[in-house]
Write a protein that binds this ligand. Sequence first.
Ligand SMILES: Cc1cc2nc3c(=O)[nH]c(=O)nc-3n(C[C@H](O)[C@H](O)[C@H](O)COP(=O)(O)OP(=O)(O)OC[C@H]3O[C@@H](n4cnc5c(N)ncnc54)[C@H](O)[C@@H]3O)c2cc1C
Length: 247
Amino acid sequence: MAPAHTPASSSARTAHGRRCVRCSPRPSPCTAEPVSSRSPSPQDAQDAQDGQEAQDAQGSQDGRASLASIGSGTLMAVAPGKGIIAHRYADGQVRGYVALNKPEAWVRSIDFGDRSAGLHHVAAEFDGWSPSLTAFVTRSQAEPWLRPIHALPVGLRWGRVPGVTLLGDAAHLMSPFAGEGANLAMYDGADLAGALAEQPDVESALSAYEERLFPRGGGAADRSARNMRLFFGPEAPRSVAALFDPS
Ligand SMILES: Cc1cc2nc3c(=O)[nH]c(=O)nc-3n(C[C@H](O)[C@H](O)[C@H](O)COP(=O)(O)OP(=O)(O)OC[C@H]3O[C@@H](n4cnc5c(N)ncnc54)[C@H](O)[C@@H]3O)c2cc1C
């Protein structure tokens, strides 16, 4: 899924200190939990307001810390099966992804009708992570977009079918972790156009194009599958750090 981020609200912990995905992000008791039987006094109201202000201040601090941690580039916090990834764009905007190795049905079952509660549900998957990282999720001001990751088998080929070929994702759908899918789609289009212009007939052009397409797509699909294992496999995050410092 891919929520864009500019921090806005705070913690998923409830007043009783337990996590409950059905609770609002504000520190109110969950309906499934016991609540105080004592009537609230004016002091309670003041304490609640002080607590809320303290939490808001902490939330803002977490938000600022999370934005500062990106600097002018990319932040990747990964672990086996999950990650928080954020990029700063040239115009200063921050956009990011939460990556979770979960069945699509689990993600689709989250009710983003209450966006804040939905985002806190997602952030609960990162329990124990630094608040400056989970703030990317809980304080996002953008609508979350779900992006299930699908991939064709690495090295997929097909026999020549007269008059027909494939390009882009249709030919070599892969996870986005090589950052090549859009580049390849454009390259494929240019390559196919070149072949059609150069070759004497359509069949020769499609054959020549596919001879180059298969190794090009296969190489990127292999890198992408490998990167996905490095980012979210059992050795993460050390496997990612090793990419930058192989010594
Ligand atoms: C989360 C994520 C991050 C990514 N990051 C990167 C990145 O950093 N760098 C990169 O290079 N790539 C990235 N990609 C991959 C990239 O988005 C795709 O590889 C690229 O969009 C593929 O282009 P395409 O034209 O082949 O397919 P698409 O972009 O899927 O275009 C196909 C179009 O065909 C339309 N269509 C489908 N069926 C029909 C029909 N029957 N009739 C008419 N129209 C139809 C669809 O609506 C769609 O508009 C990322 C992908 C994801 C999911």
